[in-house]
Design a protein around this ligand. Structure first.
Ligand SMILES: *Cc1c(COP(=O)(O)O)cnc(C)c1O
Length: 433
């Protein structure tokens, strides 16, 4: 029998009781999962002491690294006050302080923050707020949404509905509500098509939902700021609300604190998640611009109220760490490092990865990178094989189909970028031979 502390024993215990998301549990153990016991800096350490550079930021949530002393202290200090108290009808200091800090930073006019725990919930809230803001203003018929090809907004039924198919989610098609779909903004002619549809269907649209600059889950598909600006202008012109889903792009990933800033876009609703706590605790927020929020104001208990709210909304531990995280962005000059590392990644990938035969394209915005492989036949699982080869070499990578995603933490050093590119290049050469 295997040693009880061995990797094999942990995987067996894991598979016996834990159901992992987006994972076929019948083959989970065969794919050599990493079982993390602790971390140091940007390295995860498994149950047998092996180290892995976290080149996917723990699925895009980790920003400054793991076990950041300042963030650890923020959680500990809040523990000595209170861990959680409800935001339904009452307040807590940690949530107020976070909302005040974010208010000065989000590209949303006169913002109000409705907290939740996951990105999908932030999107769900935005969809419901957009819909009800029209009914509150006595406008009928605004019952659908315009969303983009390749979109991913989360896994609840509402967020799944504005998301496009794929990732094995077509099985849920009968549960999806209908929305108006237009090609992703990286496709030729897509901007004109989107603008025309907004003009044509404005009377039916509660909102347009967009992932600004980068469609992450679609395989890091990027579009220029001008494309986003054109969509935002059409929304304004035709009086359609704009929901910017910054769950993946928010908190520095694209080079600015929020992707909308690069297009000069100020959405009516914005969804925040993933990096908001630096990857520490589950927290998300729907940010509503003043005019949207005001459409919900009225007599106590009236139907103008937003009857929606989650149990852990505004969790004090999560809010405290999120506030400290935002301060560290400035104290450490995090965005300057993102700029430098993004440039380094761009030139190293162009020199050492783009020329490799299996690579069809490299897409990048800030420190979000998708390396699209071009397998000669279906079923070769190149994305999976390259990622496994990277893990074998001590760099944690997870693919999206045949797109190898590289999304290092924002504090990654130059040496770590070199290590990631070296390992990815070697793994592509090996695994696709
Ligand atoms: C990850 C993601 C979501 C969903 O967030 P969860 O916290 O996983 O629910 C929504 N939108 C975008 C753009 C994302 O990348």
């Amino acid at each position: 029998m295997a040693d009880e502390t061995s990797h094999a024993a942990w995987v067996e215990r894991d598979a016996a009781v834990v159901w992992h998301g987006f994972t076929q549990m019948a083959t989970y153990a065969d794919n050599r999962p990493v079982v993390v016991e602790r971390a140091e800096g940007r390295e995860l350490i498994d149950v047998e002491g092996r180290r892995y550079l976290d080149a996917i930021s723990s699925l895009w949530v980790t920003t400054l690294g793991h076990r950041v002393p300042e963030l650890d202290d923020a959680v500990r200090a809040q523990l000595d006050r209170v861990a959680h108290s409800t935001l339904l009808g009452n307040g807590n200091v940690a949530a107020i302080e976070l909302a005040e800090a974010l208010a000065g930073r989000v590209p949303v006019d006169d913002p109000r923050f409705l907290f939740a725990s996951d990105g999908a919930a932030a999107v769900e809230q935005a969809l419901k707020i957009a819909f009800q803001s029209w009914t509150n203003r006595g406008v009928a018929g605004r019952t659908t949404y315009l969303a983009f090809g390749g979109a991913y907004h989360g896994d609840t039924i509402g967020s799944l509905s504005v998301g496009d198919g794929g990732f094995g989610t077509t099985v849920f098609d009968p549960l999806r509500f209908a929305c108006v779909r237009t090609p992703g903004l990286d496709e030729p002619g897509a901007v004109d098509a989107a603008v025309a549809l907004i003009a044509e269907r404005a009377d039916e649209l509660a909102a347009v939902v967009v992932e600004p600059l980068v469609q992450g889950a679609a395989g890091i598909r990027v579009h220029p700021p001008e494309a986003l600006a054109a969509v935002a202008a059409a929304c304004r012109e035709h009086d359609v609300l704009l929901i910017a889903d910054e769950v993946a792009t928010g908190f520095g990933r694209t080079g600015t604190l929020f992707a909308c800033e690069q297009a000069g876009v100020r959405p009516d609703l914005m969804c925040l998640g993933k990096g908001i706590t630096g990857g520490y605790l589950p927290l998300a927020a729907t940010v509503a611009a003043g005019p949207v929020h005001r459409s919900f104001l009225g007599p106590d208990l009236s139907e103008l109220t937003l009857y929606h709210g989650h149990s852990y909304s505004g969790n004090a531990l999560a809010c405290a760490v999120a506030t400290r995280h935002l301060e560290l962005f400035d104290e450490w000059g995090v965005l300057a490092n993102v700029g430098a590392r993004a440039e380094q990644l761009r030139s190293r990938l162009a020199a050492d990865v783009a020329p490799l035969a299996p690579v069809a394209a490299i897409r990048q915005q800030g420190v979000m990178v998708g390396i699209e492989l071009d397998p000669p036949a279906d079923g070769l699982r190149w994305g999976r094989r390259v990622s496994a080869a990277c893990v074998e070499r001590g760099v944690l990578i997870r693919p999206l189909g045949d797109v190898v995603v590289v999304m290092p933490p924002l504090t990654t050093t130059g040496d770590e970028i070199d290590r990631i590119v070296d390992v990815v290049a070697a793994s592509i050469a090996d695994a696709c031979r």
